[in-house]
Design a protein around this ligand. Structure first.
Ligand SMILES: *Cc1c(COP(=O)(O)O)cnc(C)c1O
Length: 455
């Protein structure tokens, strides 16, 4: 059987390239010293991504608030970056909220989302003046009670179930929205309705623009009923990230087949790794999307003094991290090899959605290429048959050896730590935050720990 797998070359941000080319020895020393897997996080790249998204709004003259969806990565350095930028954070648990406050983000810049939030989370949000996205009528009633008890007015958004996603378990139905609006009008001492929110699964520009436009209409309706504060539309997150070149991605999908994977494994679907219009481009597409009557979404927002909230997770983390695994050993199989890497696929979350993180892993450091590529899949060092980092047979340029390090690029968005556990009594992998000097070689690294652990 002659299997020639297709390459999926992961994009590399210039800072990532500088890190891997000019500082490979330091990176290798960090993995030796701190253990495998090791996550590297790059707050400089996160900051660049945030500025790019803000520039899209600014260029279109649309006022906006950017909230980083914290669930996409637990690293403290990203919350610290938000604080430094004066940017907000979207949280959905008491621990996420308290860590965000500890990073120096003020309560008024924090959005609280998630379904049927606990009284503890809602109370802390009320006391800190956070903006709470209400997901059900019963939650709204609890917020009103808590606001009375704490003698605070709650700042709220009503999260709406999008028309295009009638099976979503999140958000209020149209009937519930009306009841919630009536209730907010009755309870104006306890709740300040600041606007409406939605979050779409999927990446359709048109769906996102139409949903946003409908929520602008809802704001105007609420204003007409006397709620002058109702001026914000929360677009949710969901800006896609481009991991590999679109042309390469299209070719990959055309030739993809089970024979290219260890054990003839097949998957139900993949993230759109080669999406054509990622991040800031996708945001621009949404805001400039033509609506009925010849206007665009941006124009409609400007006309009515509406402010957008955007809650990206993955798009802010694009290129802002990578994950290294030490190679423990190599097994030869007919036509390919199995690399055993120290760690588990819990540190590369895509396997936990019955899918695979497809961008090709690299070998750290440089070795001359051999005449034939070295075909290998990558297994974890656990005792589960299914614990594989990469089922796909990757064409490495030279034979992989014990002691090598594999680099998985662009893992900061959701891959790193969403599912990590102490399986086999392993310690949770560490994260190192790295800042590179913009001029010449040299870097500064620090363990990513809570602010209380630094002087
Ligand atoms: C997860 C989530 C986000 C972030 O989504 P991304 O796809 O990472 O941008 C934003 N808002 C809500 C309500 C979410 O649940």
């Amino acid at each position: 059987m002659d299997v020639t797998p297709f390459t999926l070359t992961a994009h590399q941000h210039p800072l990532v390239r500088a890190l891997l080319r000019e500082n490979a020895d330091t990176v290798a020393a960090l993995v030796t010293g701190l253990g495998s897997p090791l996550h590297i996080v790059l707050p400089q790249v996160f900051t660049q991504n945030a500025l790019q998204l803000q520039a899209v709004f600014d260029a279109l003259g649309v006022s906006h608030t950017l909230l980083y969806a914290k669930k996409a990565n637990k690293a403290h350095c990203f919350a610290n970056a938000c604080s430094a930028l004066g940017m907000g954070v979207d949280v959905a648990s008491s621990a996420e909220l308290s860590k965000t406050l500890a990073a120096g983000v003020t309560g008024s810049m924090i959005g609280v989302s998630g379904p049927e939030k606990t009284d503890a989370l809602l109370s802390l949000a009320l006391l800190q003046g956070c903006l709470v996205a209400i997901d059900s009528l019963s939650e709204l009633q609890r917020v009103v009670q808590l606001a009375g008890k704490l003698r605070r007015a709650a700042r709220v958004l009503l999260r709406c179930r999008p028309h295009s996603q009638p099976h979503s378990r999140f958000g209020l139905t149209e009937r519930e929205q009306q009841a919630a609006l009536d209730y907010c009008i009755q309870q104006q001492r306890a709740v300040v309705l600041e606007g409406f929110a939605f979050h779409l699964n999927g990446y359709s520009t048109q769906e996102r623009a139409r949903s946003a436009s409908a929520l602008i209409d809802l704001c105007l309706h609420a204003q007409a009923r006397g709620l002058a504060t109702c001026r914000q539309v929360d677009l949710g997150g969901g800006l896609p990230v481009q991991y590999v070149a679109p042309a390469q991605w299209t070719r990959f999908l055309q030739q993809d087949e089970p024979a290219h994977y260890h054990a003839n494994r097949s998957f139900g679907g993949f993230y759109p790794y080669g999406v054509a219009r990622p991040g800031a481009l996708a945001l621009r597409d949404v805001l400039t999307h033509p609506l009925e009557a010849g206007t665009s979404l941006a124009h409609k927002a400007r006309t009515h003094g509406i402010q957008f909230i955007l809650e990206p997770g993955r798009a802010l983390l694009d290129q802002a991290g990578l994950t290294l695994f030490s190679v423990q050993g190599i097994k030869a199989r007919q036509h390919y090899s199995i690399i055993t890497a120290q760690g588990s696929s819990l540190s590369l979350s895509e396997q936990w959605f019955n899918s695979e993180y497809l961008p090709d892993p690299l070998l750290l450091g440089h070795r001359p290429a051999s005449a034939q590529p070295f075909l290998a899949c990558v297994a974890a060092s656990t005792c589960l048959e299914s614990d594989m980092l990469t089922w796909r047979k990757i064409a490495f340029p030279c034979p992989v050896q014990r002691g090598d390090r594999l680099v998985y690029l662009n893992t900061a968005g959701y891959q790193m730590d969403a599912n990590e556990s102490p399986f086999h009594e392993a310690e949770l992998p560490l994260k190192v935050a790295i800042e590179l000097s913009q001029q010449g070689p040299g870097l500064h690294w620090q363990l990513d720990r809570s602010p209380s652990q630094f002087t």
